[in-house]
Design a protein around this ligand. Structure first.
Ligand code: URA
Length: 186
């Protein structure tokens, strides 16, 4: 299901980001994942490989997951936009809106029991709010009935190591929630 959808949209031109595309980054991981992580958009390495979070930020994300006893393969990792914004700028509102139905479809197929939104762009887009990251981190939202956490984007942590401690506090909450669920059938 996910593979056929990925194939179907690989030549998407719904927004201008297709112009810089080498590979569309559909997202990858466990199609039956209990948790889905959503970042912002592909960087240079992701554009080349077609895989989400494989550059420096991705390596940190892998470590963050390991720190809460998760392997990348257990979760599903995607982004708000599936094609690289030039120079890694934030995806613009029209680009986010054009790409959003693809992500919503993925959420419907995967039916995760937890969402973890990485960074302000992911939080603001999915939760349809203008709240700051600080405010979004303070609560657990329900998005389509799915408990939804917002935390720092790994790229932000690479540039601001002082945020690693609060990020770790967020991750511990996510871990406790995740491991309280994963024994339950879907
Ligand atoms: N940053 C993101 O938000 N997503 C990626 O896939 C890589 C870097």
């Amino acid at each position: 299901m996910l593979a056929s959808r990925k194939q179907a949209i690989s030549n998407c031109q719904l927004c201008k980001l297709w112009e810089g595309r080498i590979k569309l980054v559909y997202g990858q991981g466990n199609p039956d994942a209990n948790m889905m992580l959503i970042g912002e958009g592909p960087g240079a390495e992701e554009n080349k490989t077609g895989q989400a979070f494989v550059g420096k930020a991705g390596q940190l994300l892998t470590k963050m997951l390991k720190a809460i006893n998760l392997e990348r393969e257990e979760v599903f990792i995607a982004n708000i936009v599936k094609c690289r914004p030039p120079g890694n700028r934030d995806p613009e509102p029209d680009e986010r809106q054009a790409c959003l139905p693809y992500l919503l479809e993925q959420i419907e197929i995967i039916q995760p029991q937890i969402l973890l939104l990485l960074g302000k762009v992911a939080g603001n887009t999915i939760l349809e709010t203008q709240l700051s990251l600080t405010k979004m981190r303070e609560q657990v939202f329900l998005f389509r009935n799915i408990p939804t956490y917002v935390s720092y984007h790994p790229s932000a942590l690479l540039h601001n190591p002082q945020w690693k401690r609060p990020a770790w506090e967020d991750l511990q909450k996510v871990r406790d929630h995740y491991f309280s669920l994963s024994a339950k059938p879907k």
